[in-house]
Design a protein around this ligand. Structure first.
Ligand code: ADP
Ligand code: MG
Length: 706
């Protein structure tokens, strides 16, 4: 390091004093190339390291820590499957056991020295620890943990372990802290009793106790959420203040004409959605609305109502679906509803041959309603006067697509109204976080006459009964889907069961339970023509049962299908399973969904197998929103929702299931802040603006806001 250059946050780690050379590569691999990045590497969690004691002094019923040499190991294959090891310390033995973890045999071998920690229980004449935490002691001289202490656990990799990261950060922390500038105004910090930014980093990297670690984490989590919300609110302010959309007229005559198109009367909930949307569209402030409704709740009718409003005012509307299959389905449905009307409906997907004619009709304004896939976003697709864009199944699209659609503005300063439809039931708080720039409309319940799908969860050993039940249903003339997690079968690392793939299952069923029933595979590696052909034959009833991947998850609408079987249900997200069961019971016969669960893990030999709580939730709840809330409680926001491209995937500290109050706080603070200062352009806001743009700018599509 040149002696005259002072250390700053951008100082490369190899120029920092006191970092071991062998660790530098590992840190660089983690992306921690300079001091600032190193300090911003936040622990995943903190854990208490108990003081070590000789084995002979350990007592049952306590969390203990000890070290010793492994004298013997063995694998027990009979239930409960387990890996056992005996550890010797000064002639005393401590038994270690790991349940359902046969892979441990590759990690722990006789002769190794270990430090272990866990709850000691009486075991015969001696003591045992079940599922202990362990550390291999490579170094004879590794000092014993003399006193109990709390330590940070960092995201690590093959080359560098958490402990080495802890040392590296510990070694430079005092250099770094004075260099950190707080981007929050003191008033906010004081209002929420948060530590300053440097103090927060000190607390999280070098806590004296659990309270310290949490206080540091809370400040950093609040920061993240606030920056995200500032970005979201800024975008909303920009949209509402700078851009204009065509104000669409709605008269009683138009309303009547639109309603006459539906072979049913709209439900109360659909009517509420229609009036919220119609009110939005009648203004020149751009609509930016999320239309949520469970699978089958009737979103298409609401969407069509809105599109016809655009057409009635002499403009165009576009409907964008995530797959060709879905676009084609929408096209067929809407064409049917608009049969003999003057509205010209066009389908634009990547594989259409009549593209040129379609493009010309879109440009001339002849095409009133345009339905398509991503192909709609391409630059050469020019609308004469696009007043409304509807995006179906938002979880497949991100903010970028919304921005691209908005860019289809005709004259500078105008932009289409945008409505996003999703069947993924997103809890309100989360929706506001992910899509905080959107207003939310919810369609509750299902149209009359549709029974909720009955769901059952069945353990793997009862699989044969499931297929004989399926056989009976098929013999009665019903149709079914069987969904598996993969195309090809594969071994699982940590359990005895093999995951069945599409191909293997087709073979198995053809040769066994479903002999002589016409069945067929459906998956993403088939050519799209073959897929279309299979779907066509399934719809026509020639194929009775499809064995598929989750390709059938979204929108497939075959009214005669009544049975959905999901193999290895544990491998799927709850949202996916909920979507999957929405594929059956769409006709006059009620649907049934059977989830085949992998064998539950046993935590200890005395435990009875626990039902998988997520699958239980699905069995008990048919309401997608309740399900989402429940799953959120169980797993956090990573569970139900595909949060990519939403800003949420950049959250490194905040955990939305645990930090909901913090989120509310951040949301309120951000809204007030942006109301006062819509583009964060004051000199004292420069730092917060820069940090926000750096963290969320791209994901939120804020770059264009300028
Ligand atoms: P989703 O919200 O999943 O997109 P759809 O719009 O496909 O649901 O509607 C599901 C089914 O319910 C369709 O067959 C549709 O014709 C029917 N449907 C929609 N609204 C009503 C209603 N108000 N009364 C009766 N049936 C309806
Ligand atoms: Mg739909």
């Amino acid at each position: 390091m040149p002696a005259d250059r002072p250390i700053s946050l951008t100082t490369k780690i190899e120029d920092l004093p006191g970092l071991a050379t062998r660790n530098i590569l590992g840190l660089r691999e983690l992306g921690l190339a300079n001091l600032g990045k190193l300090i911003a590497h936040i622990p995943l969690r903190h854990e208490r390291l108990e003081a070590e004691a000789p084995v002979e002094e350990l007592e049952a019923g306590h969390i203990v820590s000890a070290r010793g040499e492994i004298s013997a190991t063995r694998v027990v294959l009979r239930r409960p499957q387990r890996f056992e090891a005996a550890m010797m310390d000064n002639g005393r033995r401590l038994d270690l056991v790991w349940f359902n973890a046969l892979y441990m045999r590759d990690k722990i071998k006789p002769g190794m020295r270990l430090r272990v920690q866990g709850k000691a229980t009486r075991y015969g004449p001696g003591l045992q620890i079940a599922n202990p935490k362990f550390e291999i002691l490579h170094d004879e001289a590794e000092p014993a943990q003399a006193q109990s202490r709390i330590r940070p656990v960092y995201p690590a990799n093959e080359r560098i372990k958490s402990q080495a990261i802890e040392q590296a950060i510990g070694g430079v922390l005092d250099l770094a802290l004075p260099l950190l500038k707080d981007h929050l105004p003191k008033s906010l910090v004081d209002k929420h009793e948060l530590p300053s930014l440097p103090r927060a980093y000190e607390l999280i990297h070098r806590p004296q106790n659990e309270g310290d670690a949490e206080a540091g984490r809370r400040r950093l989590a609040y920061d993240e959420l606030l920056l995200l919300q500032l970005g979201v609110q800024m975008k909303r302010a920009h949209l509402r203040e700078k851009l204009r959309s065509p104000a669409l007229a709605l008269t009683d005559a138009i309303d009547k004409r639109i309603r006459a198109r539906f072979p049913f009367t709209l439900t109360a909930s659909q009517n509420r959605a229609v009036s919220e949307i119609a009110r939005d569209l009648s203004l020149s402030t751009p609509t930016n609305r999320l239309l949520q409704g469970d699978v089958g709740s009737g979103k298409t009718a609401v969407a069509l109502y809105a599109m016809l409003m655009a057409v009635a005012s002499g403009h165009q509307a576009a409907l964008m679906a995530p797959t060709e299959l879905l676009a084609e389905q929408h096209d067929a449905t809407i064409r049917e509803l608009l049969r003999d009307s003057k509205v010209d409906v066009r389908l634009l997907t990547g594989s259409r041959t009549d593209r040129d004619a379609t493009l010309a009709d879109i440009a001339s304004g002849r095409a009133g309603i345009v339905i398509g896939t991503h192909a709609l976003l391409q630059e050469h697709v020019r609308f004469k006067s696009l007043a409304l864009a509807i995006i179906d199944e938002q979880h497949r699209f991100g903010v970028h697509q919304r921005a691209a659609l908005r860019a289809k503005a005709q004259d500078a300063g105008t932009t289409p109204h945008v409505i996003v439809m999703t069947a993924t039931p997103i809890p309100r708080t989360l929706a506001l976080t992910m899509f905080g720039d959107l207003d939310v409309t919810v369609i509750k319940g299902l149209p009359p006459g549709r029974a909720a799908v009955k769901t059952r969860s069945v353990p793997r050993p009862k699989r044969a009964e499931v297929y004989s039940f399926l056989r009976q249903r098929l013999d009665k003339g019903e149709q079914a889907f069987v969904v598996v997690p993969a195309i090809d079968s594969r071994e699982q690392t940590d359990s005895a069961a093999t995951v069945t793939g599409v191909r293997a299952l087709v073979k198995e069923l053809e040769g066994g339970a479903l002999q002589s029933v016409p069945i067929a595979p459906l998956h993403g590696r088939m050519k799209s023509a073959a897929r279309a052909e299979t779907m066509h034959r399934f719809r026509a009833g020639e194929i009775r049962c499809l064995v598929a991947t989750t390709i059938v998850e979204v929108g497939v609408d075959v009214p005669a299908a009544t049975v959905m079987i999901v193999e290895h249900a544990d491998h799927f997200g709850l949202a996916q399973l909920h979507q999957l069961r929405g594929r059956v019971g769409r006709g006059k016969n009620p649907g049934v969904c059977i989830l085949i669960a992998d064998e539950p893990l046993l935590v200890s030999p005395t435990d009875s197998p626990l039902p998988n709580p997520r699958l239980e939730l699905l069995v008990q709840t048919t309401d997608g929103f309740k399900l989402a809330e429940g799953d959120w409680q169980l797993r956090g926001s990573g569970g139900f929702f595909d949060t990519r491209q939403s800003g949420l995937s950049s959250l490194r500290v905040a955990d939305l299931s645990r930090d909901r109050e913090l989120l509310e706080l951040a949301r309120r603070d951000a809204r007030e802040w942006i109301e006062r200062s819509p583009s964060l352009s004051l000199p004292e806001e420069a730092l917060v603006l820069r940090r926000m743009m750096k963290t969320f700018g791209t994901e939120l599509g804020l770059v264009a806001v300028g």
